[in-house]
Design a protein around this ligand. Sequence first.
Ligand SMILES: Cc1cc2nc3c(=O)[nH]c(=O)nc-3n(C[C@H](O)[C@H](O)[C@H](O)COP(=O)(O)OP(=O)(O)OC[C@H]3O[C@@H](n4cnc5c(N)ncnc54)[C@H](O)[C@@H]3O)c2cc1C
Length: 300
Amino acid sequence: MNKQLYDVAIVGGGPAGLNAALVLGRARKNVVVIDEGRPRNAVTREAHGFITRDGISPSDFRRIAKEEISAYPSVSFVEDTAESITGSNGHFQISTEQGHAITSKKLLFAVGMKDRPLDIPGLAEVYGRSAFVCPYCDGWELRDEPLVIINKGPELVHFAPLISGWTDRFTFCTNGPDELTDTEREAIRQKAPIFESPIRHIDSKDGIVREVILEDGTTIPCRGIFFKPDLVMGSDLPRAVGCHISETGNVVVDTYGKTNVPGVYSAGDMTSRLHQSIVAASNGAVAAAAMNNELNAEAW
Ligand SMILES: Cc1cc2nc3c(=O)[nH]c(=O)nc-3n(C[C@H](O)[C@H](O)[C@H](O)COP(=O)(O)OP(=O)(O)OC[C@H]3O[C@@H](n4cnc5c(N)ncnc54)[C@H](O)[C@@H]3O)c2cc1C
């Protein structure tokens, strides 16, 4: 049982929650970060595109972040899962899986997104080693290599020209009937082969994909895969406290990370369609500044 009324409880300790904790700690606010430690990028060895941290492992990123935050003694960490939240602006009560009862004036959700189970045989073995979701994160490592793009939706129309910036050797697999118009399908077919047959298996060795084998017997040799992940929010708590959720499954926030629920903010992948650590960290910092302003104005 923790009797302290924190200024801010941050649920989720990825780049968004950690950067928010840093900004709030430096603003002399009492902060608790509740994190169960299951980041979505845990499958990767290296994260890219974060200036000064290009190529860092996700675990080192978190370790360094916590070391830096430890300079600010008003920030504490609880390794646990937030299970339920009651109360309202000024006095939220958070119960955790291990029985902590934490109270705070404001709440920041930074719970990220998580993958639904991967339903393509062999994909789990290569995910994070040679199969990825975002070319900005991992396209450089697969430049000029033969790739298979697994996606059936209309976003293929944008993804096809995007991936051509890294390699011109790619094949599309829709893993069953696609969701494209005839015009869209034809436009894509002009540039690269597109296969509709369901995927039977992804063959790999030591995490490196060798070929994608389709139900109709087609075998596509390749060195990497980009696929569209099936994502859900890292936790249902934002929905449970009444936050508006968009059609794309994100928490709806204003420019400052403020949700429709007074005193509740949100940042990171769960509020954004561009899933990158630096974006998550950046909007964690923005939400932190907004919460700090609100707290100072209320105390004034
Ligand atoms: C395979 C892969 C590769 C990637 N590579 C890159 C890359 O190279 N470069 C890059 O910039 N980005 C990369 N990303 C994206 C990057 O990982 C995310 O953009 C970033 O982690 C989002 O940060 P976040 O703080 O929003 O969420 P996360 O980092 O996912 O952190 C959310 C945290 O909240 C915790 N949590 C959830 N629910 C609860 C709860 N109820 N109670 C307590 N804790 C909870 C989770 O366990 C987790 O620790 C990659 C993603 C994937 C999947």
